[in-house]
Design a protein around this ligand. Sequence first.
Ligand SMILES: [Zn+2]
Length: 111
Amino acid sequence: MATATADESDHAAGRSMQALADEYVEGYELRDAEDANGNAGDYTPSERERMLIQDAVHGLIAGDDFLTAAGLAYLERQRQRRTEGGCLGCGAPAGEHWGGAPGMLRAGLHE
Ligand SMILES: [Zn+2]
């Protein structure tokens, strides 16, 4: 059985929150935005807007207040899923898994 090296363990523990945020922001686009006239539409941020979003997220995740709140929210969510018998990975009812579009059930997502 293979054992993880320290580097692999660090990687397995997750890319840094900053790297995750950067990846998310790089691919972020607003979907179904509603303009002042109530018309739905999509919006792709400019590079400057993307930089501003990234900077704001970096500032947010650098603070202990956010990290503490995020950790507590995660623990509470998992406790609730465990109490309700849902999947700890996605929160769907026991034996099912959320996947694809919101509200859609797809069996075997975590298998
Ligand atoms: Zn699941």
